[in-house]
Design a protein around this ligand. Structure first.
Ligand code: ADP
Ligand code: GN1
Ligand code: MG
Length: 361
């Protein structure tokens, strides 16, 4: 381990002897590593460099996360489930007493590695069902968080009207000259702006309420054990007030896709109805104590909204010259845009089928 790593690690209260550090996961925002510890009876750690270009107020974000994890720990205790670091994201304090450390303008944090865990990029219908229950239960557990509302760690994060404005600005600026290539796509997306702003309108009318939502319910933000039990919801950076549509929709967008988020072969991309059904069933079971009729009816719209939003966000980043999402090659955000758009088409085609299924559950 080199001096840079030693300096970072020396500012955290770690147990055991660090031996090796290696990359972890496929996140598009933060840089995540696994830190191995020699002593077999001590846990490894997850070391993360927080993307402070995306999360402008790290202190605020970590305070949110501290509140969320403390509240969930209490719920687990009430249910008689051990809420220790083997089942819950647990951050290590740094020398400042906070759960992050700033060094040379970089923000670092360390959590306990959840032992024997694995994450997935795909799920089976059985796993989709328990995943639906787990994400709904996450919302349920946080439904009585008291005190001030959680902060929006990224202001307007899932506000589609804001995302559409960002796309319009990117079009207006055409910073890197990519507009000509994507103009028809831009027009097609902007033509749907009003339709897709439904949730924001209902929110203003007081018909759709904000709850505490995770806002990044990608399938790889859930950890499973070797017997495919759900261990833990992770990646809590964007847990904030939001519509349930966000969490429901983002899971369908990621796990309900027969292809990859950035599939170059668009024929691979489409809605997997089996995953949709299983996840929806699990989600509705878990959400039973709180979900309202309007939220339930809007779930298929939520799947479309989150996919539309992701198409808009990838396209905006492409037009801006790839400043937000990590890319692996120059046209990556363009390929992601096309793949998300194809998924949106497929969700449109399945809309009636999705509605009928929800009505039948
Ligand atoms: P990102 O913001 O980059 O998506 P995540 O917090 O989701 O970061 O972490 C990326 C990946 O690292 C996860 O998908 C998971 O595989 C792994 N990971 C993260 N935290 C833990 C943990 N506490 N225990 C085990 N694995 C973890
Ligand atoms: C980002 O960090 P990660 O990879 O889990 C993004 C999500 C997007 C997702 C697209 C803070 O999530 O909103 O849906 O990429 N997170 C942020 O894959 O912008
Ligand atoms: Mg993640």
């Amino acid at each position: 381990m080199n001096n840079r790593w030693r300096t970072i690690l020396s500012n955290f209260e770690l147990e055991g002897t660090p031996v090796e550090i290696s990359r972890l996961g496929n996140g598009l925002i933060n840089d995540t590593y696994r830190l191995r510890i020699i002593e077999p009876d001590l846990p490894d750690y997850v070391v993360q460099r927080i993307n402070s270009n995306v999360f402008k107020d790290v202190d605020k974000m970590q305070r949110n996360i501290d509140r969320v994890t403390a509240h969930i720990r209490g719920k687990m205790f009430d249910r008689g489930i051990p809420g220790g670091p083997e089942r819950l994201l647990t951050f290590v304090k740094s020398s400042t007493g906070k759960s992050y450390y700033e060094i040379n303008g970089e923000f670092w944090r360390i959590s306990k590695y959840i032992d024997r865990s694995r994450s997935r990029e795909e799920v089976t219908p059985e796993l989709a069902y328990i995943t639906g229950k787990s994400f709904a239960d996450f919302q349920y557990m946080l439904s009585d968080l008291d005190g001030e509302p959680l902060e929006e760690t990224i202001p307007n994060f899932h506000n589609i009207e804001f995302r559409i404005r960002q796309l319009r600005e990117a079009v207006g600026e055409n910073k890197v000259g990519r507009l000509k290539q994507v103009r028809p796509l831009v027009e097609e997306l902007l033509d749907r702006a009003e339709e897709m702003s439904l949730a924001e309108r209902l929110g203003r009318e007081g018909k759709l309420i904000k709850r505490i939502t995770h806002c990044d319910t990608k399938v790889n933000n859930l950890l499973f054990d070797e017997d495919d039990n759900v261990l833990c919801v992770i990646d809590l950076d964007t847990t904030m007030p939001g519509y349930v549509l966000s969490d429901y929709g983002d899971f369908i967008r990621t796990a309900g896709n027969t292809g990859a988020e950035d599939d170059k072969n668009l024929d691979n991309v489409g809605l997997d109805m089996e995953i949709f059904k299983a996840f929806t069933k699990g989600y509705l079971e878990g959400a039973k104590p709180f979900i309202t009729d309007i939220e339930r009816e809007l779930l298929p719209f939520g799947a479309k909204l989150l996919t539309y939003m992701q198409t808009v966000r990838f396209l905006t980043d492409y037009l801006n010259g790839d400043t937000y999402y990590k890319i692996n090659y120059p046209e990556h955000n363009y390929d992601r845009t096309l793949a998300q758009k194809r998924l949106l088409d497929s969700l449109d085609a399945h809309e009636e089928e999705m509605k009928e299924f929800i009505a039948s559950v």
